[in-house]
Design a protein around this ligand. Structure first.
Ligand SMILES: NC(=O)c1ccc[n+]([C@@H]2O[C@H](COP(=O)([O-])OP(=O)(O)OC[C@H]3O[C@@H](n4cnc5c(N)ncnc54)[C@H](OP(=O)(O)O)[C@@H]3O)[C@@H](O)[C@H]2O)c1
Length: 330
């Protein structure tokens, strides 16, 4: 069976040579263990941070060992109470075609309730990040203007849809005209900005937000976010969820000094890590599931086929090749 190791720590944009496809013997199932066959692998921008050394909120990957991420697997053999052959589980697992597991930290998922990949997207970390970041820090009120960057991606597309459900004016920033069109036609955003063709992002945001910006859900950081900052309203809330525009930077550019904007507007800017809100997952997931079932939320996925294509699918995130959640199907 195959497994994917981190071969070298990427410098700048990750390359296929940073990963290594390795053959390993099939694992033997012990007592109180089950054998899992990988079905879906989630590739996520935050994995880029784990490929670097250094202290963070989650330990770095080790070289020459399998990477891991959110995955869905099928139980193919079980010596473990509570799990039987044919069950599907979701959780943090290793990039291996097969692996044994003691079940700790895994959750059973039901393919009859929702398609399995959804548990990695809108009913998994993606949906939780969007819902909890927006409601716990952003606290949007009906009639307010919400701006979201990375708007056509996994988290951003859900943030925008939820903000619309809460009665807000929603403006999305994304990297192509096609994506901007999807924001409006598929997800009901009020306006969209293509940051790659807009010469003056500050002005484009001002035009798209005639009443200013009350909530900014930031997935990208950098110059796009600077542009939003210059359009903040008093008591604006900024959710700093991601900074993908800087994940591959080898040195960070100096941006404008924004502190006085926060002071002038009594604005709140807060970093967000979804894992800090675990206590709220139990109430958030049924809400997301209900909206999904009622057709009020649309789930978009970009599916790449083949275990060995997992590194390429990950690299593609940095080229904007996904719409919605990027998932590898085995
Ligand atoms: N804090 C947390 O707990 C948490 C949890 C989940 C995700 N996140 C963060 O949230 C953000 C979105 O994650 P996701 O899973 O939803 O990924 P995603 O948005 O589905 O995929 C990444 C997208 O980022 C955009 N992008 C790539 N390079 C960019 C650049 N230089 N400048 C601007 N945009 C760029 C691309 O879209 P375009 O075509 O529009 O450029 C790409 O499609 C990431 O920063 C991630 O790290 C944080």
């Amino acid at each position: 069976m195959k497994t994917i190791h981190l071969n070298t720590r990427p410098i700048g944009t990750p390359q296929l040579s940073d990963f290594n496809l390795v053959n390993e013997d099939m694992p033997q199932v012990g007592d109180n263990e089950m054998l899992l066959k990988t079905t879906y692998i989630s590739v996520d921008p935050y994995l880029r941070g784990r490929m670097m050394e250094g202290k963070s909120y989650i330990a770095p990957f080790e070289l020459n060992k399998a990477l891991s991420s959110g995955m869905i697997s099928e139980v193919v053999e079980s010596n473990l109470d509570g799990f039987k052959k044919g069950d599907f589980v979701s959780g943090m697992l290793e990039w291996k075609e097969y692996q044994t597991h003691n079940g700790e930290g895994l959750m059973k998922v039901d393919p009859a309730q929702a398609s399995l990949s959804t548990y990695l997207g809108i009913l998994g970390m993606t949906g939780l990040t969007a819902y909890l970041g927006l409601t716990e820090i952003g606290k949007p009120k009906a009639g307010e203007t919400v701006v979201v960057s990375g708007a056509a991606g996994a988290v951003g597309s859900v943030v925008g849809q939820i903000a619309k459900l809460l009665g807000c004016r929603v403006v999305g920033i994304a990297g192509s005209d096609e994506k901007v069109e999807v924001l409006k036609s598929e997800y009901g955003f009020d306006a969209g900005i293509n940051y790659k063709t807009t010469g003056d992002i500050n002005k484009a945001i001002a035009e798209a937000c005639p009443n200013g910006v009350d909530v900014y859900f930031d997935n990208v950081g950098g110059e796009i976010s600077d542009g939003v900052m210059f359009n903040l309203n008093r008591f604006a809330r900024i959710i700093v969820c991601g900074a993908i525009s800087m994940y591959n930077s080898t040195s960070l550019p100096m941006g404008p000094r924004l502190d006085s904007i926060l002071i002038k507007n009594s604005a709140l800017k807060q970093g967000f890590i979804v894992a800090n809100y675990m206590a709220k997952f139990g109430e958030a997931i049924p809400k997301l599931a209900q909206w999904l079932q009622e057709g009020k939320l649309k789930s978009t996925e970009t599916i790449v086929e083949g275990f060995e294509n997992t590194p390429q699918a990950f690299i593609n995130l940095f080229e904007g090749k996904n719409k919605g959640k990027m998932i590898v199907k085995i």
